[in-house]
Design a protein around this ligand. Structure first.
Ligand code: GLN
Length: 283
């Protein structure tokens, strides 16, 4: 089997089984298992591939046909220009979430600050903020031990483990201690009843506890807005990612303790981020 044939075979298998970006995904699978640069798929198209490699490729195509997200198969996803290890224990970092990371990075520039990332998952937000601001110290917490293990791997991989730490915490069960300049979160925000209608790629593979935001999808926002004031320093900020239709509801909930509330849109033009400053004297 040569690369060209393997590619053709993978594309048609994916296509026949309804995978939308069959060509792109087949390229990604081959590049990953054959350790090739993009141009190699052309330059080395007549190179033979080993039986074991071919088995790996066939197996990956099979997994993809069964709706497993490509990122779990390849084990990595890019976010904010950095590479993150991903697996079934963590949500795949989304392009939408770059809106939150960019907002925080632009807001603080090179100023030093301490931040808490609630529901850190792969650690993508905490790590990219720390990567782009060398004066930032970030703590990421998550209810899932396995997610925290993955986040720690990602902090090392991206050389920020001296300024980013991760620990397991359940914000609904324990009091979270610490004083921060910034609390940020992309919490689970999908309504429980909507989950069964999601794409099988998401519904059957991504961690349910990273998606389910309760009956109206707002459980985490309500709770974090309640607990954040006691953890925020003077002029501290709270920044959320929200679902496209939740930003105004979240802004409304924040009004009591936060001022200068802003809603920021993502690249598709949907409301995506809500940010506010703690009112003086937490009042
Ligand atoms: N903070 C992580 C992310 O944005 C995980 C979010 C989540 O699990 N809801 O990818």
């Amino acid at each position: 089997m040569v690369i060209r044939e393997a590619l053709k075979n993978a594309v048609s298998k994916l296509k026949e089984n309804g995978v939308e970006n069959a060509v792109f995904e087949a390229h990604m699978i081959l590049r990953h298992f054959l350790k090739l640069e993009p141009i190699d798929l052309i330059l080395k198209k007549d190179n033979q591939i080993g039986n074991e490699q071919w088995e790996d490729i066939k197996n990956a195509v099979e997994r993809r046909i069964n709706h497993e997200p490509l990122q779990y198969i390849l084990g990595v996803q890019e976010f904010m220009g950095l590479e993150f290890v991903v697996n079934k224990d963590v949500l795949v970092p989304r392009a939408d979430t770059e809106t939150l990371a960019e907002y925080v990075i632009n807001r603080y520039m090179n100023r030093g600050f301490r931040a808490l990332d609630i529901g850190t998952g792969s650690g993508c937000i905490a790590i990219s903020v720390a990567h782009y601001n060398k004066n930032a110290f970030v703590r990421g917490i998550d209810i899932s031990c396995n997610a925290i293990e993955t986040a720690k791997i990602n902090a090392k991989k991206n050389n920020v483990d001296d300024r980013v730490d991760f620990c397991v915490d359940d914000i609904f069960k324990t009091n979270i201690y610490g004083q921060y300049d910034l609390i940020m979160s992309n919490p689970p925000y999908i309504e429980t009843d909507v989950i069964k209608n999601l794409d099988p790629d998401v519904r059957d593979y991504e961690p349910l506890n990273a998606l389910d935001g309760g009956t109206d999808g707002m459980d985490y926002y309500r709770h974090i807005i309640k607990i954040a004031p006691s953890m925020l320093l003077k002029n501290g900020m709270l920044v959320f990612e929200t679902g496209y239709n939740q930003a105004h509801m979240v802004a409304q909930l924040m009004k009591k303790d936060f001022s200068d509330i802003e809603i920021i849109k993502d690249l598709c033009g949907n409301d995506r981020v809500v940010a506010g400053c703690i009112k003086p004297f937490n009042g």
